[in-house]
Design a protein around this ligand. Structure first.
Ligand code: FAQ
Length: 329
């Protein structure tokens, strides 16, 4: 119900005997770790899966500028403002690399934008939550960028060359983002009582939505099995979520903040943290368009698109004029 295009439970993965010669050769390349490049032959479903994932990823970077952008004019110091400006600008850059990577698969940027603005395309659930205080900017950097890195580091090894290469630079920048968020939290957590309470409140509100970023649990993830067989995804949603929890709990302890999960406990046998149940009803509600800020986020993107029409027309008129001048010369 919530998924579009390619749905492949592991029980319906194609075996070699079902594949034509071309598909077997394609799978051999993947199994040998050879990257697939834009002009190589690829199955239609592989192409569609990549377009779906990369365009959703690009839209997430673009929409993802909005929650933090809300605080640029209210950052507490000039230094924090400059850092936040640079961070938000980086997210725009990530969106652009990703749109370019998707374009190599034969889809146009205009079509992807139209899908976003019409609400047909998804973007990450996390960006449909409000940024109520300055501590939310810290929590986004620490938790949201932290979760994004956990998910994106393995994508550097994705089987599709242009996506994998885009991820290398994105991951470097996300590391800086994560650290700046942690630094905001560190200062607040060591500040006045009110600042500490603000940091704790931000952690309370962003913790569960951050865990949801990794997607539905493995037994409900419609695309994971096929995407892993194709080397697009290297790890399952639950594996990455677990790694994120294991990495983040000690950071929270260091800050002296409390993860809002009464069931969170170290499991010595598993060498992992066990954590409480995620509210999947909330997740599906948000990705169906009913989160606290879905309408506001999409409205902001639609306004930016229509208010930028004069600029796009100007660019086009300029390039048409240059073409005519070149022809005349
Ligand atoms: N939100 O079968 P699966 C960032 C959808 S970048 C919304 O498990 P898949 C940087 C999924 O699309 C954050 N929808 O799907 C930043 C599918 O629906 P569909 C974005 C979600 O693809 C930081 C359905 O549920 N990162 O934060 C979500 O195998 C700060 C079934 O799910 C990426 O996009 C969700 N959280 O695994 C920027 C990374 N989860 O398409 C600004 C690349 C699942 O059939 C500020 N993407 N769905 O209609 C991926 O790794 C994967 O696509 C997953 C989902 C892991 C997100």
């Amino acid at each position: 119900m919530y998924a579009q295009e390619v749905k492949t439970p592991s029980s319906r993965l194609r075996s070699r005997s079902d594949m034509c010669e071309q598909e077997c050769a394609f799978q051999d390349k993947l199994d040998a770790g050879t990257k697939i490049e834009p002009k190589d032959w690829m199955p239609d479903a592989y192409r569609k899966t990549l377009v779906r994932q990369i365009s959703q990823h690009a839209h997430s970077e673009i929409v993802g500028q909005l929650p933090e952008g809300n605080w640029i004019t209210r950052a507490p110091t000039l230094e924090r403002k400059a850092i936040l400006l640079a961070k938000v600008q980086d997210e725009a850059g990530h969106g652009l690399y990703l749109y370019c990577a998707a374009e190599t698969l034969g889809v146009s940027r205009d079509d992807m934008t139209a899908d976003l603005l019409s609400g047909r395309a998804k973007y990450s659930s996390i960006f449909n939550y409000p940024t109520l205080t300055w501590a939310d900017v810290g929590a986004i950097g620490w938790l949201v960028d932290g979760a994004a890195i956990m998910n994106q580091v393995p994508l550097q090894r994705c089987s599709y060359g242009p996506y994998a290469r885009a991820m290398v630079r994105v991951c470097k920048e996300e590391s800086f983002h994560q650290r700046q968020g942690f630094d905001i939290m560190r200062v607040l957590a060591n500040g006045t009582e009110a600042q500490r309470a603000m940091a704790q409140d931000a952690l309370d509100r962003w913790w569960w939505p951050s865990l949801m970023m990794f997607g539905p649990p493995d037994d409900a993830s419609v695309h994971s099995a096929q995407s892993m067989a194709w080397g697009i995804k290297q790890d399952s949603n639950d594996e990455l979520r677990q790694k994120f929890v294991d990495q983040t709990v000690p950071q929270s302890d260091f800050l002296g903040l409390k993860i809002p999960d009464p069931d969170l406990i170290w499991n010595d046998d598993e060498q992992h943290y066990d954590f409480g149940a995620i509210d999947w009803h909330e997740f599906y509600d948000v990705i169906a368009g009913n989160g606290p800020c879905n309408a506001e986020r999409l409205g902001a993107r639609c306004n930016a698109w229509s208010e930028g029409a004069w600029y796009r027309e100007g660019l086009k008129a300029h390039s048409d004029k240059q073409r005519l001048d070149r022809k005349a010369a």
